[in-house]
Design a protein. Structure first.
Length: 137
């Protein structure tokens, strides 16, 4: 079974959508194997999103990710990385397929409710950034 890293973003935690989003994961066959609610500093958000440092939305993205608590999770399942991205839907909710998390819950291309790793290598790095070996069973 594959593992991927997920964030329920501030726009979603603020609107009390954590359970509704986890239900989407579970309905798709993804299992939550680690979970914690944390409030990132802007510097920590910046480190996590450093691949986007040159993008015009980087500063806005880091402010947003540090604006309220997030829920960081590890999801496990068959083809978990691809399955999670399918359940999330397109980055811009205007383009997201019906029934996906972003189609139902996202507010804008920036405040789009969830993050999900895009490849095995990034999944590994992102899981290690948020969880210690002792927290992963
Ligand atoms: P994520 O990496 O969060 O799972 P993604 O892979 O669909 O989303 P990326 O292109 O990696 O999207 O962008 C990372 C995040 O940056 C997006 O999820 C969104 O929050 C923000 N973002 C992307 N494009 C824009 C934009 N044009 N304006 C504002 N914010 C944006
Ligand atoms: Mg991405």
């Amino acid at each position: 079974l594959e593992r991927t890293f997920s964030i329920i973003k501030p726009d979603a935690t603020k609107r009390n959508l954590t359970g509704a989003i986890v239900k989407k994961f579970e309905d798709a066959g993804l299992r939550v194997v680690a979970s914690k609610r944390i409030h990132l500093s802007k510097a920590q958000a910046g480190e996590f999103y450093k691949v986007h440092a040159e993008r015009p939305f980087y500063d806005e993205l880091c402010e947003f990710m540090a604006s309220a608590p997030i829920v960081a999770q590890v999801l496990e399942g068959e083809n978990a990385i691809a399955k999670n991205r399918e359940v999330m839907g397109a980055t811009n909710p205007a383009d997201a397929a019906a029934g996906t998390i972003r189609a139902e819950f996202a507010e804008s291309v920036g405040e789009n409710s969830v993050h999900g790793s895009d490849a095995p290598e990034t999944a590994k790095e992102e899981i290690a950034y948020f969880f210690s070996g002792l927290e992963l069973v």
